[in-house]
Design a binder for this molecule. Sequence first.
Ligand code: ATP
Length: 255
Amino acid sequence: MSFLDFSFLDLIDILLVAFLLYQLYRLIKDTVAINVLIGVAAIYLVWKLVQALQMELLSEILGQFIGVGVIALVIVFQQEIRRFLLMIGSTNFTRRKALLRFWRIQGDDDTSLIDYSDLIKACGSMARSKIGALIVIEGDSKLGFYASTGTPIGAQISAGLLESIFAKNSPLHDGAVIVSGSKIVAAGCILPLTEKTNLPSRFGLRHRAALGISEKANALAIVVSEETGEISVVRNDHFQNKVSLDELKLALSDD
Ligand SMILES: Nc1ncnc2c1ncn2[C@@H]1O[C@H](COP(=O)(O)OP(=O)(O)OP(=O)(O)O)[C@@H](O)[C@H]1O
């Protein structure tokens, strides 16, 4: 095929590959996986170079390595592939919801109709008294697995209940509360920790768990810091720090 055969479809092909590569880079840029990817790319380039230089032995060895490399990559990048597929599956989540809301064909679990005022009130009160808390609001990916690591609650959201769960001497204060719709599903849940290496040092396990769940599932995590009393909201892998109660309300209504 000559250069002149370059068609509109080829352009789309290139743009799609560029987009997918960019999304892949965004997913792994702050994790150790980026170093693995650089390593793999380096081996691939060396292989192509030794092939061009007709260095038979080295080219054969690297060729064999690259041959099984795909399987090795799937194993090494298991987490990232999962996140990538999750992201593709839910990229249009917010827009889809807005559309459904517009046409009013959403079911009972329309989070825009849920009254989160008690949850916001509890966050405000815990922030003022510097009580650490981690609350995860379920999005369109179910959090049943993570809820099963804690103690089932199954009660309507109430400020008093949330505050007593996170009270320092409560047996359930360690771990996360998982909320689905207008219900507190479970407390004391163990969440996956992010593997990101570039987080500020003041972010300990609570913040790492909030980021971890937002990487693995379409969920919104709210952190009240025990150290500073600050509220953070984490969604789609992104931290919003020092959130006011009004901003929290806005984040919850977007969800
Ligand atoms: N994997 C996890 N899943 C859910 N909660 C966790 C997890 N690991 C730790 N936590 C919670 O985080 C608490 C420890 O928080 P840590 O002080 O390390 O966090 P932090 O991010 O510095 O927050 P703070 O600003 O509140 O101190 C634990 O008591 C526990 O409740």
